[in-house]
Design a protein around this ligand. Structure first.
Ligand code: SAM
Ligand code: SF4
Ligand code: SF4
Length: 390
């Protein structure tokens, strides 16, 4: 068992069966809403970003995401026929792009496990915004298959990658991925991605207090000046299986303070609204940001909610549309697509769903259960991150 030897009983509710019908099935034809241009939700947040999960499977068993004791040999993954095909994904994505989405991130599970992913990448790379701009098309991967796939993904039109890596020490990393996967293979994947032109590359490190927080400085030193942007993510209470406790969260402020004590940092401006990470640049001898030394990011999902700017929608592997990482139900777009709904009705459904959105889980987290910092009553119903993607 990873990290500690205390057995844990995890009650798993299968959220994949909980779905809401997507409008317009729920609306009469007379209420068809024909979206024009950008959509906004009830809190005036634009729809800008779409994350698409292409598989619910993974070759890692990170304890904070797919713990081995739940995702074991008896776990039943979605059958192939339930997954959206590449054509179905592209059809749905086309409507999102027509109504404001400018950035698509492929995720999972482990997206590089989906066969012929390059075909999907090429289809999405051909999409254009209403202003004729190509998309910001990116992918998050654990890096295990990246060395093999970087060149073909780039050739298909992928622009960038984000690679997850939770430490440089092999023993720590192997304990966290729980499949004995070595650090060196992920580093090789990062090098291959750089060589293929999939930059600027970001590396995501989930920080768990007492588990890998001693890897913060070695990771910072390793990537400083390398052109890679290292981002530290607060361990989140996503899903219902990872046994999350507030005590395991190391606040981003502590991460920044630790790095600051060894390598001076200066705060940088956000490049665009809705950015999840706060940026810090390494300072040169003059105390100003030295771009050659690069920057880090901190994603404070727990201690400093950024729901106010959240412009992200998530499409699950089987075509459920989720409006928040912490949602317990998605809207069934797959049934619309498979019922041969025309594009105008599909666009109308997406508009109804986004315009009705009021989700802001992280902003409410502390008020929901102040003693733990988590909405414990709803925790058992939350969808797993490996199903909707990070
Ligand atoms: N398998 C790919 C990977 O690991 O990069 C893509 C999917 S993974 C769900 C996407 C991101 O979510 C990864 O960077 C992962 O570290 C992060 N993640 C997963 N569970 C998390 C948790 N409980 N808290 C914070 N980040 C988490
Ligand atoms: Fe797999 Fe990514 Fe989840 Fe780790 S974080 S188990 S690599 S999906
Ligand atoms: Fe967006 Fe939900 Fe995360 Fe808030 S909690 S930032 S609404 S995904």
């Amino acid at each position: 068992m990873a990290e500690n030897s205390t057995p844990r009983i995890v009650q798993l509710v299968d959220q994949r069966t909980r779905r809401l019908p997507a409008p317009p099935a729920a609306f009469s034809a007379g209420t068809r809403l024909l979206p024009k241009g950008h959509l906004q939700d009830t809190l005036h947040r634009p729809l800008h970003d779409l994350r698409i999960s292409v598989t619910d499977r993974c070759n890692f068993r990170c304890s904070y995401c797919m713990p081995k004791e739940v995702f074991d040999k008896d776990y039943v993954y979605l059958p192939q026929s339930d997954l959206l095909s590449f054509e179905e994904i592209t059809r749905i994505a086309t409507q999102f792009v027509a109504h404001g989405v400018e950035k698509i991130r492929l995720t999972g599970g482990e997206p590089l496990l989906r066969k012929n992913l390059e075909v999907l990448v090429a289809q999405l790379a051909a999409l254009r915004t209403p202003q004729g701009k190509p998309l910001d098309l990116t992918l998050t991967t654990n890096g295990a298959l990246l060395a093999r796939k970087a060149a073909s993904l780039r050739a298909a039109g992928l622009q960038r990658v984000t690679v997850s890596l939770d430490g440089l020490d092999d023993a720590v990393f192997k304990r966290m991925n729980d499949v004995d996967f070595p650090v060196s293979d992920v580093l090789e994947g990062i090098t291959a991605a750089q060589a293929a032109g999939l930059g600027p590359i970001k590396v995501n490190m989930v920080v768990k207090r007492g588990t890998n927080d001693h890897e913060i400085l070695p990771m910072a030193r390793h990537f400083r000046g390398s052109g890679v942007v290292l981002r530290f993510i607060e361990y989140m209470d996503v899903g219902a299986t990872n046994g999350w406790r507030m005590d395991d969260v190391l606040p981003s402020s502590a991460v920044v303070a630790r790095i600051q004590s060894a390598m001076p940092l200066v705060a940088l401006q956000a490049v665009q609204a809705g950015e999840t990470a706060q940026r810090w640049g390494y300072a040169g001898t003059d105390g100003q940001h030295d771009p050659r030394l690069g920057e880090i990011g901190v994603i404070s999902s727990v201690t400093q909610a950024f729901c106010g700017d959240c412009s992200r929608a998530r499409l699950s592997t089987e075509g459920q549309l989720y409006l928040c990482l912490f949602a317990s139900q998605g809207y069934d777009l797959r049934s619309l697509v498979r019922a041969k709904t025309d594009d105008a009705d599909l666009a109308s459904a997406i508009a109804h769903i986004w315009q009705g959105r009021s989700d802001r889980y992280s902003a409410l987290r502390a008020t929901l259960a102040p003693e733990t910092g988590a909405a414990t009553s709803s925790a058992a119903k939350r969808v797993e991150m490996s199903y909707i993607g990070g």
